[in-house]
Design a protein. Structure first.
Length: 248
């Protein structure tokens, strides 16, 4: 693992107790950062995560928050401002998929995916930026997906939300660059988490055939790229999308 030093930095990771977000949160903790890990409702996973990271208890906070709820996000940041001096890094990672072909897609399948994946990025970034501006420093990283560029059948809602994240981040990067805040995306390919565990084995096999490295990635491999974009030395990278796909 490349070694980074995030000591003294405050980092918020949404969806930070499971899957890719958990690996990101743990990588920041290992690098000395103070982490606020947000989860939606899976208390069991959150408790397992907390338990596993007992050694970092003084630098780890767990918060239950629905990132698609604008008012709840506003409250979260209001409280955060009283708890920390400066917010250095936001990783907007929380995401869901509710796959269905467009002809059968319910309004709820459409709306819940857009709200959780895209509208949450607006709300989480809005208040993060407000806290970062005064310090003229910040790193905002959104976890997007190749689905947003390539499109996949049954994923019109998910692909639209992921493409929207890239466009959002590009615009945000232009807005906040003068204040030394960078905004980037990381686009993981197929990563072995609960997220894709439900795919039938046939489909998993077919997907693997399309990957240059012929394997799914690990959450830790995604985390390594997030930490690079989040470090101070990545100061001249903004508005970009780093592909972590094993070569799709
Ligand atoms: P998981 O399903 O393993 O974990 C999702 C996390 O997001 C959980 O911590 C969950 O909380 C949290 N979450 C979901 N909805 C909300 C919400 N409304 N408010 C707050 N937190 C929420 O997903 P992955 O780790 O696999 O995926 C993480 C990100 O990476 C997603 O944005 C996904 O689109 C993206 N991605 C994943 C790929 C993959 O192959 N796995 C490929 C490309 C992109 P809780 O534990 O409480 O449910």
């Amino acid at each position: 693992m490349i070694s980074y030093d995030f000591s003294g930095q405050n980092i918020v990771v949404t969806g930070g107790t499971r899957g890719i977000g958990r690996a990101i949160a743990e990588a920041f903790l290992a690098a000395g950062g103070r982490v606020v890990a947000i989860y939606a409702g899976n208390r069991q996973a959150a408790e397992a995560f907390t338990d596993h990271n007992r050694q970092f208890a003084d630098r780890l906070t767990i918060r239950q928050l629905d990132v698609s709820d604008y008012e709840a996000v506003a409250d979260f940041y209001q409280k955060l401002e009283t708890e920390i001096e400066q917010l250095h890094v936001l990783v907007s990672n929380a995401g869901i998929r509710r796959d269905n072909v467009v002809g059968m897609m319910t309004r709820d399948e459409w709306q819940s995916v857009l709200d959780t994946n895209l509208t949450s990025l607006y709300a989480m970034s809005k208040f993060a930026v407000q806290q970062m501006l005064g310090h003229r420093y910040g790193r905002i990283i959104a976890i997007t997906s190749p689905s947003g560029q390539l499109g996949f059948p049954g994923q019109a809602n998910y692909a639209a939300s992921k493409a929207g994240q890239v466009a959002f981040i590009k615009s945000l990067a232009r807005e906040v660059g003068r204040k030394k805040i960078t905004a980037n995306c990381v686009s993981p390919g197929f990563i072995d988490t609960d997220f894709i565990a439900s795919l039938p084995e046939e489909q998993r096999k077919a997907y693997r055939q399309n990957i240059a490295l012929r394997r799914f990635g690990t959450p830790e491999e995604v985390a390594a790229c997030v930490l690079f974009l989040a470090c101070e030395q990545a100061a001249y990278v903004t508005g970009s999308t780093l592909q972590v796909t094993g070569g799709i």
